[in-house]
Write a protein of this length. Sequence first.
Length: 343
Amino acid sequence: MISERRLAILNLIIEHYLKTGEPMGSKTLCQLLPYSVSSATVRNEMAYLSELGFLEQRHTSAGRVPGKASYRYYVDNLMDAREMSPYNKRIISEALSVNAGDPERLLNDASRLLAQYTHCIGFCCAIEDPLDCIQGVDLIPAGNSKAMLVMLTAGNKIKSSLININCPIDQDFRYLFYEIVNRLFIGTALTDVSIALIQKAVLIAKERVFDLLPVLTSLCSLCNEASNSKLMLEGETNILSHEELGNDVYKLLSFLADKEKLIEFSKEFAKTNIKRSLLIGDENPLYEMKNTSTIISTFTYGNNQCATLGLIGSMRIDYKKIIPCAEYIFNTVDTLLSKGGIK
């Protein structure tokens, strides 16, 4: 049983460390506690909390700092969350509404805002869907033998590419292109789009197949891009200011540079069917993230599309400020995704 006095001591030590990164000794605690108590008594209480794994003493004569277990206890039982200001809420809502109709851009904007407002690393991952297919394709002339190719998938992914075309993009060219698209590409799973479809297009395009080749190959590339999981990181340099990570910061940055590991982490989290979670220290399943705090949320939208959004920081983040901020961004993204498609 943790007494009220022990909880007060633990709370003071954690909040002091989160703010300053410095240990706290018994004399300082005696001055901050709202009642009179001796230094010896405080030291005994600190020793008890250390036995529970809540506090650590890095040097014999130094004060105490929080242990890994204390952060979870603090968030669940002691933390007094700091509500975001109406002004910041309005700024975030307006920023997220800009790309509300494009899920991937919306998630990218959200990860950027997470990095900006929390001073951590923001990330988002659009997870591939093997059943996603082409819903629509448009070819827009852009002058000087150029055209913009735009593709929309059933999962609300929008991909585009600017193409050089060495022939007039006239009505006959576009009619032939749309005939090929409608007969071969619309409704086709993204993973089934390959060079084999272009070979089939020869039977339709005949002598004009070489004129259409740049557009068809570009369409194949867009399908390939849309069919794979996509990870975006924002604010990687923010982590350099998390001094408590020490040399581990470079290991973390090296880990993040290999995006496949974070993509797999996102996929595995999405499979758990947990809406969102705060993972502190050893709660993180990956070794490279054992000294971090990670907040991650899963989103389902459109035609059963799935994505994750989150942030990564040290365990010494300002939980009472960052958690409400992340929750507000997550909830706003959830609302906008729900409005943008059938959920």
